[in-house]
Design a protein around this ligand. Sequence first.
Ligand SMILES: NC(=O)c1ccc[n+]([C@@H]2O[C@H](COP(=O)([O-])OP(=O)(O)OC[C@H]3O[C@@H](n4cnc5c(N)ncnc54)[C@H](OP(=O)(O)O)[C@@H]3O)[C@@H](O)[C@H]2O)c1
Length: 231
Amino acid sequence: MRVTLKLATSLDGRIATASGESRWITGEAAREQVHRLRALHQSVLVGIATAIADDPQLTVRMPGFFGPQPLRVVLDSRQRLPSESHLVREAKRLPTLVLTTTVPDKGLTDAGVTVVRVAEQEGWPDLRESLAVVARHQAALSSQGLAPVQAGTDAPSSALLIEGGGQVAASFLKAGLVDAIEWFRAPMVLGNEGRPAVGDLALGRLAEAPRFRRVAVHELGDDLWERYERL
Ligand SMILES: NC(=O)c1ccc[n+]([C@@H]2O[C@H](COP(=O)([O-])OP(=O)(O)OC[C@H]3O[C@@H](n4cnc5c(N)ncnc54)[C@H](OP(=O)(O)O)[C@@H]3O)[C@@H](O)[C@H]2O)c1
């Protein structure tokens, strides 16, 4: 599966203030582009801290889009996803998957959320197994015509968009699982106390840093959209 990391940051690579406020760092044109990106992916994933802080819908909302919505995925070891969140409230209508390391919670499954327990790695759901579970669910939805498809393009039929936050971004980068980065950068500075776009990577040497090649840069209003592919 192709994995793309989307980041919407300040100039200094922060995704939220220290208090967790992140709406909106980037402008409208960048946000519209994120909806287009979602429509090109079969799944969209966030960490539980983002699900709690932002209460996102993780849906494609743009004029002229009537296709199936991407599978919404949350990495949530202890199933803290609130029952009143958009993700849970709409789970009977929109496919929603929680990857956890604990026994599936009946409250979530009754609400229509698919909860899958995977092996634990360093206290969190194992990422490779998680990707395999996502791929399986994507394939099942695709076979029922319930996943986004890009007719006539060479886009991969199995693609995941990671939409944060910083800890989840760091985990995927550390594991070498990020194929591409879509980086939206707004002309503001949030300082060292802001939440980092990428959490700790525990790098000892520069040679260990994940490296990417820039393939495009676009201006979107006041923001920049930089596109990277893994080297
Ligand atoms: N600017 C933007 O576009 C944007 C986008 C997204 C988020 N944000 C902001 O970012 C903040 C949240 O980011 P964050 O870095 O604090 O948290 P996060 O990455 O959203 O979530 C981290 C949590 O996810 C769970 N998790 C499960 N598996 C994991 C894994 N393999 N790797 C990492 N975490 C895993 C862990 O909780 P458990 O141990 O309970 O499982 C962990 O504490 C919020 O303030 C939000 O507003 C901004």
